[in-house]
Design a binder for this molecule. Structure first.
Ligand code: SF4
Ligand code: SF4
Length: 340
């Protein structure tokens, strides 16, 4: 397997060190200090960043040169044995989320919607929005991007090619289908950002859920009744890997008459939902992030909190609802505008 693609010379020349200077969880005295830490990481030496990192993925978006700072950081954490979560948790998760070998050949037809490891969400694929869709789901096609939170790049390198083979050989190839809709933001991040950075080939065309919905809304324009609601968006970590899709969400919301109210913690300054530090047993930080997110949503007068990640929704959903804001997946909000 190839090394993570990154060019140390680009970092040597970099004057802003945005990857670390924009980090919302680690403080640096100045650019010089951030640069020193970044160069240590590049050289494979210990840096405090490797200990303090929340694994929010954001530096991957902050680097203006696409030099893969976060993927390299995770690589170094693993090489130096700096696991962000206790080993028993990682071991248990590795077993739980591993491929089970239960996959069977199935004929599919477009649009093929990949629900990743979320069988409980297959009911979301319904109505006119997903008319005629085939659904594929299960741990045998799990995108495995979560290992970025656990310093397990080796698991990504081992399992992602297996998942891609499963998707091709059990579903797409025999059915002559070349495109796959990624319902889960993380899947699209895996196949369009992680895979090329790690040198993994992807033989099908991944389509982000936002692109699919946006296109479908044009076809169903006559059915749209504008919602006229204010929404707060809880942007997930994986969207940092594919920031171009964030603009597509704006187009969707405009089409359904939903106003994405400008939160303090949205877009480039989005805050983690709190789920990852909870898994890392950094409970105080997790509590702080939940509180900041909820207060921010209340401050802007949102009536809905929209989610693009089931894990964020599981982490924050109840708290959001208890504060009088309706938690909802984006596809469900769109279906409301379609009268479904
Ligand atoms: S990863 Fe990007 S932002 Fe960070 S030092 Fe290197 S070039 Fe600069
Ligand atoms: S992943 Fe997030 S917390 Fe870690 S260094 Fe990058 S921006 Fe900071």
């Amino acid at each position: 397997m190839e090394e993570i693609k990154f060019d140390p010379e680009i970092c040597n020349q970099c004057e802003t060190v945005d990857c670390l200077m924009k980090c919302q969880y680690i403080d640096f005295a100045d650019v010089a200090e951030a640069k020193t830490e970044k160069l240590k990481i590049n050289a494979g030496e210990h840096s405090r960043v490797l200990d303090e990192c929340l694994t929010c993925y954001a530096c991957q978006e902050y680097c203006p040169y696409d030099n893969n700072p976060f993927y390299l950081l995770v690589e170094r954490q693993e090489q130096l044995g700096l696991l962000p979560a206790p080993t028993p948790i990682v071991t248990e998760q590795l077993k739980m989320m591993g491929p089970k070998g239960r996959i069977q050949n199935e004929a599919v037809s477009p649009p093929v919607v990949n629900m990743c490891a979320f069988p409980m969400l297959t009911g979301c694929v319904r109505g006119k929005l997903f008319e005629g869709a085939s659904v594929i789901v299960g741990t045998d096609i799990f995108c495995n991007i979560m290992w970025l939170h656990f310093a397990k790049n080796s698991t990504i390198k081992e399992r992602v090619p297996q998942m891609i083979d499963n998707i091709m050989n059990y579903y797409l190839k025999d059915s002559g289908v070349e495109e796959m809709i990624c319902f889960h933001d993380e899947c699209y991040g895996t196949y369009t950002s992680v895979a090329p950075a790690y040198g993994i080939e992807v033989p099908f065309k991944p389509v982000h859920l936002f692109d699919y919905i946006n296109h479908r809304l044009d076809e169903l324009a006559d059915l749209i009744t504008p919602l006229n609601v204010k929404i707060a968006y809880q942007r997930p970590c994986s969207n940092r890997l594919i920031p171009q899709t964030d603009l597509v969400l704006d187009e969707i919301l405009k089409k359904i008459g939903a106003e994405r109210v400008p939160r303090t913690y949205d877009r480039e300054t989005a805050l983690c939902c709190g789920g990852v530090p909870r898994a890392h047993q950094r409970d105080n930080l997790a509590d702080e992030l939940v509180e900041k997110n909820i207060n921010d949503m209340l401050d802007v007068g949102a009536t809905y909190c929209i989610f693009n990640c089931p894990f964020c929704m599981a982490t924050l959903g109840q708290e959001v609802a208890e504060n009088g804001i309706m938690p909802i997946l984006i596809s469900d909000l769109v279906q409301m505008a379609l009268g479904e």
